[in-house]
Design a binder for this molecule. Structure first.
Ligand code: DP6
Length: 332
C-alpha cells in the first residue's frame, strides 16, 4: 500500500517546488461517464476495480485561477463567494493542495468558477481536481504531461483523471499497486453530432457522497460481484459503438451500464438511492419516447439528475419535450 505522498514524490522526483509563476488560470472540463467507475481496489489512491469511459463536457467545467499571497492564510472563492475554512469544500481542496506544498506554503488566493452545479452528481469534483493539478503545474513550472497530471488528479478524485482531455476518455484501471498505470487515455474519436442534455432535478448537495456510497456498495451489495463483468461487456460495446458511430448501440450500452450501477446500489445495506420521483418520471418519459421512435437514452451518476444522450438532428424535439434541458455539444 502506498500513500499519496509517496506517489507524488515518484512523479515529481526531478521537479523543483520553487514557484515559477505567481499567477495563472486554467480550465478543465467536467466529464460524464458512459461506462461508470463504481468501487475501488485502493481507496487511498482512488484505484478503481474496473476501467471506465467518459465524454468531456466542453465548456461545462471548472475555471481555476490562483495567485501567490504574502500572507498567513489561504483564500478561496467559489463562484464569486468566499468560502470559510470550516467548509467541506475548503478542507477537501486544501488537504489536496497541501500534498504538494511544504508547510502550507506558498499561501494562495484561489478563485474557482464552476459552470456545473457543485456536488449534484454533475461531476464538479472531477473538473475541480483536474483544474487544480493543471494550476499547480503552472505555479511550479513542472511541465508534466497530461498523463502524469491525470495520475495526480486521480489522487484528488477518481473521475478527475478523465478530465484532462476533451472528448472521449478511457480510464484504464491498471494493475500496479502504485497506480502508475491507472490513468486517463484519450480516444481519438470525434463525433460532432453527439449531444448531451443535462436535466437538473436538484442542485442540492448529494445525500451521500459517491465516495461513501461506492464503499458501502462494494462491501454490502450481493450484486457487486457481477459489476466487473457488466463493465467489461458494456465497455466493449461502447468502444465498438464509438468506432462505428452506432448511436443506438452507444445509447443502449450506456443506459444499461447506469441502470446496473444504480441497481447494485439498491441492493446495498443500507440501501442507496439517488433517484427522486422526478428522476423516475424522466426515465419513463425517455423509454416512452424510444417506443415512439425518438432515439434518446439517459445516464445517471451519484445524484437525481439525468443526462440525456441524443443526436443533433433531434435537438428541436428534445428541446420541446424538455424545455428546461441544458444542451452540451461535446465537440463544439
Ligand atoms: C457515479 O470520482 O466522485 O460519477 O474517487 O471517491 O472521488 P472518488 O469518486 P468520484 O466518483 C464518480 C462516480 C460516478 C461514476 C463516474 O464518474 O465514473
Amino acid at each position: 500500500m502506498y500513500s499519496k505522498e509517496q506517489i507524488i514524490a515518484k512523479i515529481l522526483s526531478e521537479k523543483s517546488n520553487v514557484i515559477q509563476q505567481e499567477k495563472g488560470s486554467v480550465y478543465a472540463p467536467a466529464n460524464i461517464a458512459l461506462c461508470k467507475y463504481w468501487g475501488k481496489r485502493d481507496s487511498t489512491l482512488n484505484l478503481p476495480m474496473t476501467p471506465s469511459l467518459s465524454i468531456s463536457l466542453a465548456q461545462k467545467g471548472s475555471h481555476f485561477a490562483f495567485e501567490v499571497l504574502d500572507e498567513e492564510k489561504d483564500y478561496i472563492k467559489l463562484n464569486g463567494q468566499a468560502i470559510d475554512e470550516q467548509h467541506d469544500f475548503y478542507q477537501r481542496l486544501f488537504s489536496f493542495i497541501n500534498l504538494f506544498r511544504q508547510n502550507n506554503e506558498p499561501r494562495l488566493n484561489i478563485d474557482i468558477i464552476s459552470t456545473v452545479p457543485i456536488a449534484a452528481g454533475l461531476a464538479s469534483s472531477a473538473s475541480g481536481f483536474a483544474s487544480v493539478v493543471k494550476g499547480l503545474n503552472i505555479l511550479y513550472g513542472w511541465q508534466l504531461s497530461c498523463s502524469a497530471l491525470s495520475v495526480l488528479a486521480r489522487l484528488g478524485s477518481g473521475s478527475a483523471c478523465r478530465s484532462l482531455w476533451d472528448g472521449f476518455v478511457e480510464w484504464q484501471h491498471g494493475s500496479r499497486d502504485d497506480g502508475m498505470d491507472s490513468l486517463g487515455v484519450p480516444l481519438n474519436i470525434v463525433w460532432p453530432q453527439l449531444r448531451i442534455g443535462l436535466l437538473l432535478a436538484s442542485s442540492d448537495k448529494k445525500s451521500i457522497s459517491s465516495r461513501e456510497a461506492m464503499a458501502i456498495t462494494k462491501q454490502t451489495s450481493p450484486l457487486y460481484t457481477l459489476w466487473p463483468e457488466q463493465v467489461a461487456t458494456d465497455l466493449a460495446m461502447i468502444k465498438s459503438a464509438l468506432a462505428e458511430k452506432d448511436f443506438i448501440a452507444l445509447g443502449e450500452a450506456s443506459e444499461r451500464n447506469a441502470i446496473a450501477m444504480h441497481a447494485t446500489m439498491l441492493k446495498a445495506t443500507p440501501v442507496i438511492s439517488y433517484s427522486t420521483a422526478k428522476t423516475a418520471a424522466w426515465m419513463q418519459q425517455v423509454w416512452q419516447l424510444r417506443q415512439d421512435n425518438l432515439p434518446v437514452y439517459f445516464t445517471q451518476d451519484a445524484g437525481p439528475n439525468l443526462k440525456l444522450l441524443f443526436l443533433e438532428e433531434d435537438t428541436a424535439d428534445i428541446l420541446q419535450l424538455f424545455p428546461n434541458i441544458e444542451i452540451v455539444q461535446p465537440f463544439s
